[in-house]
Structure formats: C-alpha cells, structure tokens
Write a protein that binds this ligand. Sequence first.
Ligand SMILES: NC(=O)c1ccc[n+]([C@@H]2O[C@H](COP(=O)([O-])OP(=O)(O)OC[C@H]3O[C@@H](n4cnc5c(N)ncnc54)[C@H](O)[C@@H]3O)[C@@H](O)[C@H]2O)c1
Length: 246
Amino acid sequence: MEFTNRTFLVTGGTSGLGGATTRALLEHGANVVAADLKGEAPDGATFVQTDVTDEVQVQTAVAAAVELGGFAGAVNCAGIGIAAKVLSKGEAHPLDLFNKVLQVNLAGTFNVTRLAAQALSQAEPGQDGERGVIVNTASAAAFEGQIGQAAYAASKSGVVGMTLPMARELAVHGIRVAAIAPGLFLTPMLAELPQAAQDSLGKQVPFPARLGDPAEFAALVCHVIENRMLNGEVIRLDGSIRMAAR
Ligand SMILES: NC(=O)c1ccc[n+]([C@@H]2O[C@H](COP(=O)([O-])OP(=O)(O)OC[C@H]3O[C@@H](n4cnc5c(N)ncnc54)[C@H](O)[C@@H]3O)[C@@H](O)[C@H]2O)c1
C-alpha cells in the first residue's frame, strides 16, 4: 500500500500514539481523518469528532475518509487506560468501569474495523488485489497485565484475539488486519508523571532503557501499511520489556 492519493482514518488521532501516526501519515503524503472524542488534529488532517463506540459517528468518520478519496485503511489508536483492582479495601471492581474499558478499547476497535472494512471492500483493488489495511493497537498488557489491569488487559487481549480471525475473513476482500502491542510510550498519559517516575519506568526497559517515542510507533504503523506480507500478526514494540506484576 502506498501513501500518495490515499486516505487513512486514525482513531485517537489527536493525541499520543494516534497523534504521532496522523503526523507520520501526513508526512508520507497521505490524507488523514483524525477521529477522536476531543482535541485538535495536527495541521493538514481533517478532524471528525467521533466516539468509537457509536455506530453513526463512526459511519460519519468513515464517510469523511471516503469523501477525501482513495480510502485505504484505518488505524485504531483510541483507547482508555483506567486501572482498578478486582478487590480494593473490600470493595469489588465497579462492573460499569469494567464494561466501559471493554466498550471503548475492544468494541470500539471492532466497530471501527467493521465499518472501515465495509467501505474498503468497495475500493478498487491494487497490487496483489489489496484494497486496504487495518492496524489495531493492543498492549504489552494483553500478555502481562499488571495488578489493577484486569479490565485493560482483557480489552487488549481481545484486540489480540480478534486480529487473526479478522485478517483471515477479510483476506477475500484484499484487506489486511494487523496489530501493534506497545510497551511503555511517552504519551500525555505518562508525560504527566514526574520526571523521576518516567525515568524509573524507562529503566525497566531492557534496551533501549527509556520510554518509547510515539514517532517510533507511528513508523511501525507506516511499515505495516507498506508491507503487504504483514497480515494477521501482533507485533510487540517494547524494547523487550516483560511487565512485572506491579
Ligand atoms: N502510551 C503507552 O505506553 C501505551 C502502551 C500500550 C498501549 N497503548 C494504547 O495505545 C493507544 C493510544 O494511547 P495513548 O498513550 O496515545 O493515549 P492518549 O490518551 O494520548 O490517546 C488516546 C486518544 O483516544 C481518544 N479516545 C478515548 N476514548 C475515545 C472514544 N471513545 N472515541 C474516540 N476517541 C477516544 C482520546 O481522546 C485520546 O485522544 C490506546 O489504545 C492505549 O491503550 C498505549
């Protein structure tokens, strides 16, 4: 898949990993629709206010991408990272909190993927019959969820789990589906921590012993888009960190 005259939909596209992905795709010459609840899209991208859990809003965002011409894929970066214990001082994990994390991170990713795939299936096929590519964002927590991450880890392992069956199913339409599982990246979430806490987290990464730069995530998204043999795979991008229990 090439970038020029192509349009990509990036959810969570105004901040962190999604913001960096939006900028990288623009730098490669693509058009970008940044679909996010809030924020400002980087210069050159089209912002469409979107809740990824809402069917009509995602249809509107996909339609905006189709309208720009050459709609070629979606990158699912929208997500929330709420942490809570199963039992905390005798109180059980609020069920609505668990459902919310599943709804945004897992159902939201599925919602965008299914509606993007529907539009992509109508595209003119390119080389190898390729029509589009979907890149999902999982997490190292899908494999080593920490204490307090029952909901988050469940949502991200759901993203891992659905990547292969979606790739298998959508192959007939020439649509690839892959996922990236980031370790620790310096996005607004972590940037709010004091420098000492950021340094301490960074030192837990075997090599390079630092937090990831969102531009490094975006570079992998661009590679997944370009490399047609990447399909149905979940790629860890984590400096080989394996998260500890806490
Ligand atoms: N930063 C990390 O270290 C890290 C590690 C592993 C996985 N991830 C995952 O990467 C993705 C991006 O995280 P980030 O660190 O860039 O966080 P971030 O908070 O900077 O960006 C997330 C974006 O998603 C948007 N969003 C949240 N709920 C939404 C909804 N319902 N509809 C539309 N947009 C919504 C937010 O407004 C925000 O702009 C998330 O899925 C996160 O779980 C991040």
